[in-house]
Design a protein around this ligand. Structure first.
Ligand SMILES: [Zn+2]
Length: 243
């Protein structure tokens, strides 16, 4: 792993033990612009790491410190997520800098392999549960859409980073049709802040149904929601059977 020390002043003291990993895209014109911004004391933002397109990794803030990357956010009932998370910024122009034809810029393989290696080490170091590996949009659904629906979550999950069961696979694929509380309850059970349900639903779709970010609770979305809520519950159970 190619780590380059590029210290940032944008951090303070943690108030919690680390138990969350947050992935972002930089959403700027270039990696250098993002790196410069995260090292600028005036900007007051930084993640712990930034991963370049070619797989090089800039280390900005020590993991023992509270880096300022999550902002106002929540997950599984927790707030002040900067205090309890490690943040990784991944260089990608995202929605503000699409390719000609409006296509979102792809994440190169070398970059994703570096993210997988770095995330694997962070998860092991802090014993971060699978259900607490999140995108910025998951924890701030009203404000954020990064790392974007083009982020390869299935590829990460195949490498053991986060949960992303293929659609329609496994048990628990029962649609809770007719249960008006089911939608909110299941979004909340996964971890989403449901103070704005349509926003939470879009964030859920961006992560788990990336070809259908409609904000609509259609049958496919509800089936997927039941499947993911089931997978999260199974992964969170203290003594889940190793079937
Ligand atoms: Zn972000």
């Amino acid at each position: 792993m190619r780590l380059e020390e590029t210290p940032s002043p944008n951090h303070d003291e943690r108030r919690q033990k680390v138990d969350l990993l947050v992935l972002h895209y930089t959403g700027m014109q270039s990696g250098q612009a993002a790196l410069d911004r995260m090292r600028d004391p005036e900007a007051k933002v930084a993640a712990h790491y930034m991963v370049w397109e070619d797989g090089r990794i800039a280390k900005l803030v020590d993991e023992s410190r509270r880096a300022w990357h999550a902002g106002l956010s929540g997950w599984q009932g927790d707030d002040d997520l900067n205090s309890r998370s490690v943040g990784i910024e991944i260089v990608n122009g995202g929605h503000d800098f699409p390719l000609p034809g409006k296509q979102l810029p792809p994440y190169p393989d070398a970059q994703i392999e570096a993210v997988i290696e770095l995330a694997g080490q962070i998860i092991a170091r802090h014993s971060i549960p699978q259900v607490r590996i999140v995108g910025h949009s998951d924890i701030a659904p009203k404000r954020k859409i990064d790392p974007g629906e083009h982020f390869p979550w299935p590829h990460l999950a195949a490498a053991g980073i986060g949960l992303w069961p293929p659609e329609g696979s496994g048990a628990g694929c029962v649609w809770m049709g007719g249960d008006p509380g089911g939608l909110n309850r299941q979004l909340g059970a996964i971890g989403y802040d449901i103070s704005d349900v349509p926003a939470a639903l879009r964030a859920f779709q961006r992560r788990f149904l990336p070809d259908a970010i409609t904000g609509m609770a259609d049958a496919r979305t509800l089936r997927r929601l039941t499947q993911i809520a089931g997978a999260y519950a199974a992964a969170s159970a203290p003594s889940s059977p190793q079937a």
